[in-house]
Write a protein that binds this ligand. Structure first.
Ligand code: NAD
Ligand code: SER
Length: 318
């Protein structure tokens, strides 16, 4: 029986992934771990600072872990505040996960890469799988290097490393931590609270995005695919939905016609300006059947209903 370890389980993607994996594989143990204490997962949770290689290895051995999902990282915008610390942390975490997995005989490892691996030399529209990588952030550099380390461990040691280049992920479970695409989550909180929103990107900045359920299903599908179907060992492009702040605001106004957005672009605009507008996910589609289910309308409706429901529950329990 496979035993799963999720590192960085209390983050935006980790918390949704743990819940989905537990539903999806009712018989399997899914061990959640994070450097923060958990109020969310009361069972099968362990404290883990994955910079501590000895502890990481102990947990893998003690729990007989066979699959690792490594989600801990500093994201793009937060990363630009402390570039050297970001490089050191992101690389250290990933190299620890790879090496501990190799030493302990883990069967499969998941690495989340990002659209941030692309820069000015990639075609912006439908950016292809094999576009040139010249990232414009330390975060993007760590993801591009991380992809190649994954490929190296696969080629050299046969470690079954699989990876996706997530677009900006939008969901209402947990707030994202320090990304450039975070505006697309924060905007919904303000809309549902019937407050105005100040956007840190320009209104016409189109970025590739994805509703969190699509991101989680892509992860599970990729990890479940037969080994022979995985032809890309750096990281797969996956396409979701692309929109600008202006287009997202228009979609939200179908629900809240009075909703107002002001624009005050900051340093994150420059990061976003270097990223693709949309992604070509056709290789993931051909290799293991990738297909997104959420367009802008469905994403907007799901976010608004999710946040409205949460506010209602909070009022009832207050
Ligand atoms: P997040 O910041 O919400 O969560 C990261 C989690 O890692 C946090 O709970 C944090 O406490 C934990 N963590 C930090 N340092 C740790 C350490 N030393 N040991 C153990 N845990 C530690 O991030 P997220 O949005 O959930 O993203 C998860 C992964 O997906 C990241 O690698 C990110 O780069 C990648 N990704 C995210 C997006 C997105 O839009 N959210 C897009 C592309 C790629
Ligand atoms: N959503 C992420 C970020 O903005 C992209 O990896 O940092």
């Amino acid at each position: 029986m496979d035993v799963i370890l999720v590192i960085g389980a209390l983050g935006q993607i980790g918390s949704a992934l743990v819940s989905k994996l537990r539903d999806y594989y009712p018989g399997r143990k899914v061990l959640a771990s994070d450097i923060k204490p958990s109020s969310e997962f009361d069972k099968d949770f362990v404290y883990l600072d994955a910079t501590d290689m000895v502890h990481l290895r102990d947990i893998i051995r003690h729990h007989k872990i066979t699959e690792v999902y490594h989600l801990a990282a500093i994201l793009s915008a937060a990363g630009e505040v402390k570039p050297l610390d970001t490089w050191n942390l992101n690389m250290k975490l990933w190299l620890h996960v790879l090496e501990a997995s190799r030493q302990c005989g883990v069967k499969k490892v998941f690495f989340p890469s990002s659209i941030a691996v692309f820069g000015s030399q990639a075609v912006k529209r439908k950016t292809p799988q094999d576009a040139f990588l010249n990232p414009n952030t330390v975060y993007g550099m760590s993801k591009a290097a991380g992809e190649h380390w994954g490929q190296y461990y696969y080629d050299r040691y046969g470690l079954d490393v699989r990876s996706l280049r997530y677009p900006g992920v939008v969901g209402c479970g947990t707030l994202p931590g320090g990304g450039t695409t975070d505006y697309a989550v924060a905007i919904f909180y303000k809309a549902v609270a019937q407050e105005n929103f100040v956007c840190f990107l320009k209104e016409d900045t189109v970025l590739p995005m994805m509703y969190i359920d699509d991101a989680i299903m892509a992860t599970i599908k990729l990890m479940e695919a037969p080994k022979t179907k995985i032809r890309v060992r750096t990281s797969y492009n996956i396409n979701g939905v692309s929109f600008s702040p202006k287009e997202l605001t228009a979609a939200i106004r179908n629900w809240y016609p009075e909703f107002c957005v002001e624009y005050a672009p900051d340093y994150r605009q420059q990061i976003a300006a270097g990223w693709p507008n949309s992604i070509d996910g056709s290789i993931a589609q051909n290799d293991w059947g990738w297909e997104a289910m959420f367009d802008l309308e469905r994403l907007t409706e799901t976010m608004i209903k999710g946040l409205q429901n949460r506010r209602f529950q909070e009022k009832v329990s207050a």
